[in-house]
Write a protein that binds this ligand. Structure first.
Ligand code: MN
Length: 643
């Protein structure tokens, strides 16, 4: 890879590119990195060059290409951000600052903090200029492509896991499938090497088996479309190994049942040609009934457009076609980036408007999460949930679609509709069945909410269950309006409940010095203030307990290294007896990956209540929290606590 290849690629879509500026940035970066080598021993400059080349595929603009060339200069060389700004201007310096990691020296004692703070800055800068995250994605993609060169196994895993947790969802959110799928498969390869190679060989074998059918199908489809006077590009679609794997794990089905045997893409010039091509294919191959989807006439919620059809192909092999125009294809492969840059010389007004609206939503969410977060850890967790999480689509009784993060519950839904609905929520139904307000939703659910003026506000416990930033903010707003005394009393009560839940009879005593240190963690001056902030929802009671008690105090002795790596915890459950209660609990635990190792006794007490005591296996405190909270939102539960 060299700089003239990049300039050539960029000029194809950007004829007015300022070549000299690109060359200047390149010489500057080359000089700055001249004494550095990559893990495989090649000159460091190969990395910024490759990053830059990836961006030309996204049809990135000049500033981004320059940023890509310079992105590691302030982090790793003798030149500072100021030097970059002096030479290439404030705008480029701002972009570079967003991409680069924070000083290695300053954070040398806490690299985990450095990572978290760097991520935070990346997102906050990206909220101001989305181009930063695109450069970062390209940077990360190249690092993933060369991950195999890193010798240190745990470092390798750390990078792969971070990519899967953070950058893959970002690419997904922005709809940049091209990058998402490649990154995802690279993560898959490094995190689950055995499964990866198994999937890889399954796909390869099936490709070899179907090779002649594929060739024949391509030939016939091409000539059928061409005979209608359409100049189309037709090719076999690449499959994303990780998504096939996930589907197999999720559904428990076999490879051959999941993997569509032949999948082709047909790219044409305009919408009319899409329908002509569809006609040509249907006259050549018999379509499978009910498998024609016209996402051009009715685009998907996320704006996706294409026509899909499944036909009985050669030798009856099930064959899937996706038909779309070039513009639809670019929109699909490169998502928000396509809207940003493609065709920018004759940008359509409406399109630009749509991009800005989407971006504004995104930026607003990031800033909301920042307002909400008390620590950088909270911030990154919030990002993971509100921004990166997979989405679910649920319905109101009138059939309106509501888009929420995966894991959302009735409370999130209610506040999403309107804060009054949340504040006055009396009861709820999912698909006609009565449920608790903390019941989790899944795609396709219809949610009905009953409200009443007699309900005077949300429940404080909901704060523990609410998943979206919006619901949390609204609930807190409600409690902040209440009197300090009320919040103090509520705080005490929440603290008491949490202690009971974890089976602690009395709050730990502390020396006044230890107490001051402890209070500092929450930026409060007194215990009273802490309790008030627990009451109004500003401070999470779980965080307080987790800070106060050590892991061992709450979970018991850690499992021995090298054996099974889980803690044995005994919990008690009291519930109103009904058919299927135990099944609900077992299902719930299995979804959370919690193993039930023993059920001790099961006896009825008065009031038709039963008491159940069981030993469960959890990985850590967070896992235990999840388990306890999940149990406490099951229908007919009276009480749950750790022994
Ligand atoms: Mn880099």
């Amino acid at each position: 890879m060299n700089i003239s290849q990049i300039i050539r690629a960029a000029k194809k879509y950007m004829p007015d590119l300022n070549e000299q500026k690109i060359l200047d940035a390149y010489s500057f970066a080359e000089e700055a990195h001249k004494n550095q080598k990559r893990d495989d021993g090649s000159p460091y400059i190969t990395h910024p060059l490759e990053t830059c080349m990836i961006l030309t595929n996204l049809q990135a603009d000049e500033d981004m290409l320059i940023t890509a060339l310079l992105h590691d200069v302030p982090e790793d060389t003798g030149y500072s951000l100021k030097d970059v700004g002096g030479k290439f201007g404030k705008k480029v310096a701002f972009l570079v600052e967003g991409v680069t990691k924070l000083s290695r020296v300053y954070y040398k004692h806490n690299m985990a903090d450095r990572q978290i703070e760097s991520l935070k800055r990346l997102f906050l800068h990206s909220a101001k200029d989305l181009r930063i995250i695109l450069v970062k994605l390209a940077d990360r993609l190249h690092n993933m492509r060369t991950l195999g060169n890193i010798k240190n196994e745990s470092k390798k895993l750390l990078i792969a896991n971070e990519t899967l947790e953070i950058y893959v969802p970002v690419a997904n959110l922005l709809g940049i499938w091209e990058i998402k799928f490649e990154m995802e498969d690279l993560c898959f390869e490094h995190i689950y090497p055995t499964d990866y190679s198994r999937m890889n060989s399954l796909v390869e074998q099936s490709a070899i088996r179907n090779d002649h059918i594929l060739k024949e199908t391509l030939k016939i489809a091409k000539s059928a479309v061409k005979s209608r006077g359409i100049n189309a590009e037709i090719y076999a679609r690449k499959k994303n190994l990780y998504s096939i794997y996930k589907k197999m794990v999720r559904t428990g089905r076999q490879f051959k049942d999941i993997y569509d045997l032949i999948a082709l893409r047909v790219i044409v010039n305009n919408v009319d040609e899409c329908y002509l091509a569809l006609g040509a294919i249907h006259q050549t191959f018999k379509p499978k009934p009910k498998r024609i989807k016209d996402y051009i006439a009715v685009p998907k919620v996320n704006g996706y457009r294409s026509i899909h059809t499944t036909v009985f192909g050669i030798d009856g092999v099930i064959t899937e076609f996706q038909i779309r125009t070039k513009q639809m294809h670019l929109d699909d492969e490169y998502g928000i980036a396509a809207h940003y840059f493609y065709d920018y010389s004759k940008a359509k007004k409406q399109k630009i408007g749509e991009v800005f609206r989407k971006h504004a939503d995104w930026a607003k969410k990031i800033l909301d999460i920042q307002k909400e977060a008390r620590t950088s850890n909270d911030f990154v967790d919030g990002m993971k949930f509100d921004i990166f999480q997979d989405r679910i689509f649920v319905f109101t009784p009138r059939g309106d679609v509501i888009d929420l993060p995966y894991g959302s519950n009735v409370v999130d839904f209610a506040y999403h509709i309107h804060s009054d609905i949340g504040d006055h929520l009396l009861s709820a139904e999912i698909n006609g069945e009565p449920v608790t307000p903390t019941a989790q939703l899944k795609t396709g659910d219809t949610v009905k909410i009953e409200i009443s003026d007699k309900v005077l506000g949300p429940k404080r416990e909901w704060l523990q269950f609410a998943k979206t930033g919006l619901a949390k903010t609204r609930i807190k707003e409600f409690f902040k309006k209440q009197s300090t005394q009320k919040n103090y009393n509520a705080g005490l009560q929440l603290l008491g409940q949490e202690l009971k839940l974890l089976g602690i009879s009395e709050l730990k005593k502390m020396s006044s010095k230890a107490e001051n240190e402890f209070l500092k963690n929450f930026s409060v001056k007194s215990k009273r203030e802490l309790v008030i902030l627990i009451g109004n929802g500003d401070i999470n009671v779980k965080n307080v307990i987790h800070t106060l008690y050590s892991h061992e105090e709450l979970l018991g002795t850690p499992p021995a290294k090298g054996t099974q790596s889980s803690y044995q915890v005994e919990i008690n459950i009291i519930f109103k007896d009904r058919v299927g209660f135990l099944r609900d609990i077992a299902m719930l635990f299995s979804n959370l990956g919690v193993n039930i190792s023993q059920i001790k006794d099961l006896n009825a007490d008065s009031n038709m209540q039963k008491r159940l005591s069981m030993t469960i296996e959890v990985n850590n405190l967070r896992h235990l929290d999840e388990a306890l909270m999940a149990v406490s939102s099951v229908k007919d539960i009276v009480k749950v606590w750790k022994r």
